[in-house]
Unconditional design. Sequence first.
Length: 505
Amino acid sequence: MSDLLTVGEYKAIAHSLNLGGNAFIDGVARPAASGKTFATTNPATGDELAQVAACGAADVDFTVKKAREAFEDGRWRNLHPSERKRVLLAFAKLIDRNRHDLAVLESLDSGKPVAECQSIDVHETANTIRWHAETIDKIYDNTAPVGHGAMALVVREPIGVVGCVLPWNFPLLMMAWKIGPALAAGCSVIVKPAEETSLTAIRLAELAHEAGVPAGILNVVTGSGAEVGQPIGLHPDIDMVSFTGSTETGKRFLRYSADSNMKRVVLECGGKNPAVVFADAEDLDQVAEQVVLGAFWNMGENCSATSRLIVHASIKDDLLARIEAYMREWRMGDPLDPTNRVGALVSREHYEKVKGFVDRIGKEKLGLVAGGNTEGGAFIEPTLVDGVTRDSTLFREEIFGPVLSVTSFTDASEAIALANDSSYGLAASVYTGNLKRALRAAREIRAGTVTVNCFGEGDVTTPFGGFKESGFGGRDKSIFAHDQYTELKTIWIDLSDRAVDESVR
Ligand code: NAP
Ligand code: MG
């Protein structure tokens, strides 16, 4: 829904919002057992928004107990599929109805531009819940070809109690990508939002409850990675963890699993995503527009952000001039003004990290083409930097900010080698007017999503996740996401003569 409001209307909502910071456990808003809280701030202003429950291992234990009870007594998984679908569709409708409030809350807590919060984050959150709800009464199990003497059913069952550990860059949407298929499968879910952005997760759980998701089925336990994330990773009664965040923390969850109960772990981690532009790209204006979108959307705080432009030397100057022109259209400023496309970075700490990369441009004597201004507090201007070679930090490390590096090539195999020269493999884009070249490049680039002549992440119908150190164990989105949250069970039924009672022969 693109019924955007004015900046005045969004500010009025911001003043009227009830910024509840309690955790949501077993159907009830609760403080941490310890009574401790932490402040969540608006990164655009530095103002404190609310005090949020600083939960810990005792809260995780209590939540797991309640989530387990809810799973075992079948209050959700044993509902008729059409009934679970009805509840989740009602949940999606409530998200749509609360879209303005949710967009403002997301923008305030994260610094993201409100127009995008509403038209992308909130809109796609409702869409994701709706899409997975619709699958509930449309997925069939299988029988295996085992011959006349037996029947073998291959059925999927909900995996049990699921922990979802989330990042701060798309707080609502990453939650939806995980709870959509987990709730559709019939699991109990415990969400740990990132400390910086807990408020919309709490609100989403309240809306789910209001729509009829029973107590104990969708819980939000707020707090830090060390105090809440680690106890989730190590808990002996959690059956799986679905994580999105950095590769470093993702690897910790593999260790937690090995050190506890071998819980299933699915990881969506970082990226260093290339856009390869061949000399025969058809419309350089469109390429420029898409590259700018890929690099600077969400301030580059996007695991699939285009961060390495790999362009044929013969068209480089022409393309960079057009990219610069599009960059000028991306106004930076107050995230609550719907005409701004670049907001604040999520926190001071993250701002300092990204600024460190911008500062390297001078230190490494690279060619600053546009942007580079870091003087606006938590705001960093979209930045374009040329002459970046393979050994540069800007080529190798994930920046997670609005910095696009440019590297040129002269033949196609060099372009593919540059694109693949990374420990990550999340996303890539290829721009060419030649279909064969496009498809060959799409096959040769090792990434979970390759887009041709556009930037994108597919849509709710396509799986999302990474090759190499970008991902592990499964995919978010699409019907394939359901595999994460279910176990396969074989039920073998003997139909051989010896098993048949005389009376039925
Ligand atoms: P992060 O530091 O890895 O944090 C992710 C989550 O893990 C947060 O909820 C965090 O809690 C928690 N966590 C941190 N340390 C932990 C520990 N020792 N044990 C258990 N949990 C722990 O990443 P981030 O800073 O939120 O997000 C940025 C990163 O996410 C980037 O590297 C980006 O590439 C990646 N990302 C990937 C995808 C994808 O789909 N592949 C999507 C979005 C982001 P606290 O922060 O509250 O302490
Ligand atoms: Mg915040």
